[in-house]
Design a protein around this ligand. Sequence first.
Ligand code: EPU
Length: 418
Amino acid sequence: MDRFEITGPTRLEGTVTAAGAKNAALPALAASLLADGTVTLSGLPVVQDIRTMSRLLEHLGTETRWDGERLALTPSGTAVKDDADYDLVKTMRASILVLGPLIARLGHAKVSLPGGCAIGVRPIDQHLAGLEALGAEVTLEHGYVSARADRLVGNRFRFAARTVTGTENLLMAACLARGTTVLENCACEPEVVDLSRLLTSMGAQVHGAGTERIEIQGVDRLGSAEHRVISDRIEGGTYLIAAAISGGDVRLAGALPDDLRSLLDVLEEVGCRVEAECSSIRIAGGDGLRPCSIETAPHPGFPTDLQAQYMALMTQAEGRSTVHETIFENRFQHVPELNRMGAAIQVDGGHAWIEGPTPLSAANVMATDLRASASLVLAGLVADGTTIVDRIYHLDRGYERMEEKLKALGADVVRAQA
Ligand code: EPU
């Protein structure tokens, strides 16, 4: 099992480029199942979750072909298998994204229930209720969701909870439904907008993606398309926080500042200098960091996927800050590990109180999920001595060559075998 050995403290300096967004690439890969033709994707990040989704699509009968950095996906149409089994789904919850496309294209699908997850229960009831509203017959049996419909029929559906992959699943399913679908209380994340752009270039009729109300006029067929996924705002945001925590000066190239507005506002408030241009962001850390309290929220609010990294930053701020996690009920697993490095963080339910500044000292720490791992790496950058972050496979699910990118910014990070 790989681990990172990070020797600090370090000051990061230089330019880093964000990879393609994992959470935009995953639905884009799933959307290829809808095509009567070939979907060619570029800008896919080289991370484990993308390999897992490609394997799942191959299992479902899709022919995949790499040509340089472009991946061409050709589903085998009516002959595709309809079952996504537990062994593939258990390693990645986003596998549920194949449910909507499969039922829309084939009229039937069988996908393993994703099961437990370190950051919370994460139900999929809204995905299923939405598909039922479009006329699918859904049954849960032996740990699998089975769904069936001769052809989905457009309808009005209001999500009871704002869900990103739920919105994406329904959006994909509705594209091939008969008639018009109106989805309300939709997730407005940039990844939903990116998916809608791909579906539109495949021939879908989608209006309103990026707002709470999306209207889809169903079509009989979707065809071939080429699409480049947007850059990863969460990966990019992680490097911006790395710049801030290390008092460094880092330019994030290929970034979309509007997608990171909530983070940039907070970084400015804590005392960083923020320069945002049309496709790059520069962060220069100030002398002393001010505390600033945040609450996670659906886009355009502060992303839950940057909460753990931000908490590492607040351990270095002068004073008390609070973090309120409103999206997932168990997303504070980085806290005991940060405290072992010298942080002073208390948790009660969805609230955390951080007293700063606390000098951090190197320790052996354990990654528990993707973003918690990133937070420990950031803490390691400013801790005195060599921090060992174990179970880096969590990090490899969503960060492309993180150690190389950090090294290029001047960090002392080594990937080693445990
Ligand atoms: N929820 C329901 N019912 C549902 C679906 C969701 O109650 O049917 C609740 C969840 O329990 C949660 C809230 O709605 O409280 C939001 O969950 P959401 O469905 O939006 O999460 P997701 O779609 O499973 C995506 C990202 C996550 C990110 C969340 C929130 C992908 C592949 N995953 O998950 O990314 O944290 O949205 O923004 O897009 C990560 O990359 O580290 C990651 C966990």
